[in-house]
Design a protein around this ligand. Structure first.
Ligand code: ADP
Ligand code: MG
Length: 255
């Protein structure tokens, strides 16, 4: 049986942080937990994740300092493959058994050929939401569609999909967050405890590096907690040590 886990931070809403968090998670598991990670970018035609990698590769070509910094890491970058959704399943099948974790960045719409078959190939889906009504209203039907067409369907490996808050604003009234979580729980859509804080730091390239580990100053913002929680779900409570490695390394770096 394959031990490869297929994961996607996805939703049917643009701008909620899917690409950013797929990168954060891929990088955390690659660099900190030393897992064998690969990424599939099937957000055609933007391919913004692949675009970020291309920009970084270009920078390594033009900046000897950056190139030296990369060599000093002593770790190859994880592979990124780009394709259309309809071809992502074939790519995923090829990766089966070769990687520990494959992160898949999908478009912010469900109206693309092949999306249902791709969902069925995923072990877990994590759905980021912002604290605005439109974001929540897009996530509810997404979760329902996953429940109806993917989870429990023949040939599906989808175990569960979870909602979580991105761009959380601590100073905001928490009533909207609490009410939404209660409603989702009523609808049997589990909610992650971890929230990613809203921060202007996400505009910086270092925040979304696909080749370097996350810089120390960005370790706050709820990232360690989110990665640890996701790791706990992927590997189960009896972890093989990978989750603990992520948790302790990220916690140390946050200090
Ligand atoms: N926690 C956050 N705080 C502030 N900005 C964020 C956060 N997460 C993502 N962003 C920003 O939101 C924008 C959309 O993120 P992106 O990952 O491209 O979303 P999606 O892939 O869902 O369209 C980007 O400019 C990104 O930097
Ligand atoms: Mg995106």
């Amino acid at each position: 049986m394959s031990t490869t886990k297929f994961i996607s931070i996805s939703s049917q809403k643009g701008g909620v942080g899917k690409t950013t968090i797929n990168i954060l998670a891929a990088s955390a598991f690659h660099f900190l937990a030393k897992q064998k990670v690969a990424v599939i970018d099937c957000d055609y035609p933007q391919h913004s994740l692949q675009g970020l990698r291309d920009k970084e590769l270009e920078l390594l070509q033009t900046s000897p300092d950056k190139a030296a910094e990369f060599r000093a890491l002593g770790r190859q970058a994880y592979p990124i493959e780009s394709c259309q959704v309809k071809d992502a399943l074939g790519l995923a099948k090829q990766m089966e058994g070769e990687f520990d974790l494959v992160f898949i960045d999908t478009p912010g719409t469900i109206n693309v050929p092949g999306i249902i078959e791709l969902w069925k190939q995923l072990d877990y889906i994590f759905m980021p939401m912002e604290s605005d009504r439109l974001s929540v209203e897009a996530t509810l039907p997404y979760a329902q569609v996953l429940e109806k067409f993917a989870k429990g369907q023949p040939g599906s490996r989808l175990k569960q999909h979870y909602a979580f808050w991105n761009k959380h604003i601590k100073s905001e009234k928490q009533e909207f967050y609490d009410r939404t979580e209660a409603y989702f729980t009523e609808q049997n859509i589990p909610f992650l405890k971890s929230r990613l804080e809203h921060s202007v730091n996400y505009k910086k390239d270092a925040m979304r590096s696909t080749m370097f580990p996350l810089a120390k100053e960005y370790q706050r913002l709820g990232i360690s907690g989110l990665i640890k929680e996701i790791g706990g779900i992927i590997y189960g409570t009896a972890t093989d040590g990978a989750t603990d490695a992520v948790a302790s390394t990220t916690a140390n770096k946050a200090r």
